[in-house]
Ligand binder design. Structure first.
Ligand SMILES: NC(=O)c1ccc[n+]([C@@H]2O[C@H](COP(=O)([O-])OP(=O)(O)OC[C@H]3O[C@@H](n4cnc5c(N)ncnc54)[C@H](OP(=O)(O)O)[C@@H]3O)[C@@H](O)[C@H]2O)c1
Length: 263
């Protein structure tokens, strides 16, 4: 690996926003350790190597302690300080809560919340010892609204949005920055994986993941606390601060209820 380049970890880099985040990092001078749960992480690595970065991969379920430990062990083997941690891995789950398989609902929490926090705890402590580093947490504007028919996911993102602001404040006297990237609906595998292709949000207009990644990366490099990507999402998230939660839950039903897709 080139000594002049910085080093970043990007989770969930096999597709969507994470893959684009890893590509922006590579173009902007970072070597990478990237992780995801499926073998597709290797094709992402090849694409990113072609941009001039050294890329190592870990294939692990980041919902588990063992999976996160595999990633930490790989970072230790590489032996470079982590200049940036982009905690992006996450997934959704559509349908009514009581109709969901509880193991799948739990996997959303274990991935989005528990695995993400464990990784940040481990890498964040290394950063604090060095008094240097950037942390990006991929939250969502979904965290601003009760997510009827995606209740567990929105709750997990509300957790991350809140956690990110709190961690940033705790670290305010250090050289470590914490940035929460909050995208709106983005054109990735997310809705297919969440079983939401028959919903209004699943079939509606979406942002380009490359644009979301660039917006988030720039905010992280500036050391901003939070960034909502896209003008329409900025308006919705601002409105969510003043609209009663019950009304937001009703609005979310129109977007996420199975069969809500406009024909
Ligand atoms: N798309 C949207 O509308 C939207 C909006 C706001 C926020 N977000 C957030 O953006 C992040 C990226 O999602 P995306 O839209 O880019 O979806 P995506 O295309 O499905 O990508 C998700 C990535 O996370 C990885 N991942 C998921 N669960 C994992 C686990 N347990 N262990 C390891 N890797 C895991 C996936 O890898 P595998 O395929 O190998 O599991 C994949 O690389 C998520 O945190 C999501 O909540 C998305």
């Amino acid at each position: 690996m080139s000594a002049s380049r910085q080093f970043a970890i990007v989770t969930g880099a096999s597709s969507g926003i994470g893959r684009e985040l890893a590509k922006v990092c590579a173009r902007e001078g970072f070597d990478l350790l990237i992780a995801a749960d499926e073998p597709e992480i290797e094709s992402a690595a090849n694409e990113i190597r072609a941009l001039g970065a050294t890329v190592e991969t870990v294939k692990a379920d980041l919902a588990t302690t063992e999976g996160v430990d595999q990633l930490i062990d790989a970072a230790k083997r590489i032996g470079r300080p982590v200049d940036a941690l982009l905690a992006n891995a996450g997934h959704g789950l559509g349908h009514g809560f009581l109709d969901q398989d509880f193991a799948e609902a739990r996997h959303v929490i274990d991935t989005n919340v528990t695995g993400t926090l464990y990784l940040i705890h481990r890498i964040g402590n290394d950063m604090r010892r060095r008094n240097a580093g950037r942390i990006m947490i991929v939250g969502s504007i979904a965290g601003f609204m009760p997510g009827s028919f995606q209740a567990v996911y929105n709750g997990s993102k509300a957790f991350l949005d809140s956690f990110s602001f709190a961690l940033r404040e705790e670290l305010r006297d250090t050289e470590i920055t914490v940035t929460c990237l909050m995208p709106g609906a983005t054109d990735t595998k997310f809705f297919e994986r969440a079983g939401m292709l028959d919903t209004s949000v699943g079939t509606g207009a979406k942002e380009d993941p490359a644009d979301v990644a660039r917006t988030g990366f720039d905010a992280m490099m500036r050391g901003d606390g939070d960034i909502v990507s896209g003008f329409k999402n900025k308006v919705s998230s601002a409105a969510a601060n003043v609209i009663p939660a019950g009304v937001l839950a009703k609005q979310h039903r129109k977007q996420a209820e199975p069969g809500s897709a406009k024909s």
